[in-house]
Ligand binder design. Structure first.
Ligand SMILES: Cc1ncc(COP(=O)(O)O)c(C=O)c1O
Length: 386
């Protein structure tokens, strides 16, 4: 029997991340591959005392108490954003998907950082987006390149992760944030700002959302509780400029009616408690130690092999390798020796900006395993360069 599926289905690709994560579930594997919170850092879940009402269907926009807390947080970041502009989503991944549904017809142009978040490439690719990468440096994208790319491509929108970017860990300077906002305001191109890492901060840096600097361009801001609490809850959110909001709510309704109510209720209670501040301080202290452990291990073993910057926040080191090297072959060798990492190449939306690179997560492995895993990776890389 021949299956007759949509053109969209033909664009589905399997997720390299997911395939690799399956292997890393094996006991004894040191994994630098995923973007997982450390199990011992996640807060315990306790649903006791939550009202029975949460068993029933709820509002598509999300639970009022949680929406209120999110609006308060975003206003504190300088965004002009009322509670009626907040939509709670099933992870911020759903926000990316809703943006694709809202803006992307087949062959619509989308500008994004090169490299960028792999699952955004997949999610928007399904709708037929055509990507144009913007070169990403440690201080952000180049606003002049953005202006030229907008003039040349007339994109449906620009998608950016300015704070502790995935995969690079880079954080835009305030000057670049303001310059990007200016270009978008002048050209009236919508900004999709994805910001799931902003609260994982280990050294002081500027990180005002670019959305807070916009004066007229349409915008969608995506946030998440996955990295802050527990990704299994699947609770994220979006905020948007007023003209986009009603369509995003209807798309959410058409997709899954509403987000998991129990998770939202638990989050509203947890975020409003003193336990939350203690949790955040502890998590950032532990992650800062692991970042420092990885930085020290890299200095010991990778100085001749790669260039990198220690990130001020987030979950990743991004290594630009100094040799031409097949990182997929390297991954296969590393997995044989029970170490996992993410090859950098799939994070590039087009081949044009690609260079040999690795993404290393530092939140998941214990410090002693970080040293062991990095030493092993260097050994394999040295062996394959000979
Ligand atoms: C940049 C970026 N956006 C979105 C997500 C998805 O997060 P969530 O668990 O909220 O769906 C991730 C997860 O790793 C991410 O790195």
């Amino acid at each position: 029997m021949t299956l007759r599926l949509s053109r969209r289905a033909a664009r589905l690709t399997s997720s390299l991340i997911r395939d690799i994560l399956q292997v890393t579930q094996r006991p004894g594997v040191i994994s630098f591959a995923g973007g997982l919170p450390a199990t011992e850092v996640m807060p315990p879940l306790n649903f006791e005392g939550l009202a029975d009402d949460y068993r029933q269907y709820g509002p598509s926009e999300g639970e009022p108490a949680l929406r209120g807390l999110i609006a308060q947080k975003l206003s504190g970041l300088g965004m002009s954003c009322g509670v009626d502009q907040i939509l709670v989503t099933s992870g911020s991944q759903q926000g990316v998907d809703l943006v694709g549904k809202l803006f992307v017809d087949e062959d619509a142009k989308v500008l994004l950082e090169a490299p960028t978040y792999l699952a955004t490439i997949q999610a928007l690719g399904v709708y037929g987006a055509v990507f144009k990468g913007l070169r990403l440096a440690a201080d952000g994208i180049d606003p002049d390149e953005l202006r030229r790319a907008i003039a040349y491509r007339r994109p449906a929108f620009v998608y950016l992760i300015p704070t502790f970017q995935n995969p690079s860990g880079f954080c835009y300077t305030d000057e670049i944030r303001r310059a990007v906002a200016k270009v978008l305001d002048e050209t009236d191109i919508p900004l999709i700002e994805d910001d799931p890492y902003r609260d994982l901060v280990y050294s002081p840096v500027d990180r005002t959302p670019i959305c807070a600097y916009l004066e007229r361009a349409p915008w969608v801001y995506l946030g998440s509780f996955s990295k802050l609490t527990a990704p299994g809850l699947r609770v994220g959110y979006l905020a948007s400029s007023r003209e986009l909001f009603p369509s995003l709510v209807r798309l959410k309704q058409a997709s899954d009616l509403h987000t998991n109510r129990i998770g939202q209720a638990w989050l509203a209670r947890f975020l409003g408690s003193t336990e939350f501040d203690e949790h955040l301080a502890r998590m950032n202290r532990i992650y800062a130690e692991r970042r420092d452990a990885m930085q020290a291990a890299l200095m010991r073993h990778f100085e001749a092999l790669a260039e990198w910057r220690a990130p001020a926040g987030g979950l990743f080191f991004w290594l630009r390798l100094t040799c031409e090297c097949d990182t997929l072959a390297l991954l296969r060798q590393a997995l044989e020796r029970n170490v996992a990492f993410m090859p950098g190449e799939p994070f590039f939306p087009t081949p044009a900006h690609r260079y040999p690179s690795l993404r290393l997560n530092f939140s998941h492995a214990a410090p002693e395993n970080i040293e062991r895993g990095i030493a092993l990776l260097a050994e394999i890389l040295n062996g394959s360069a000979e």
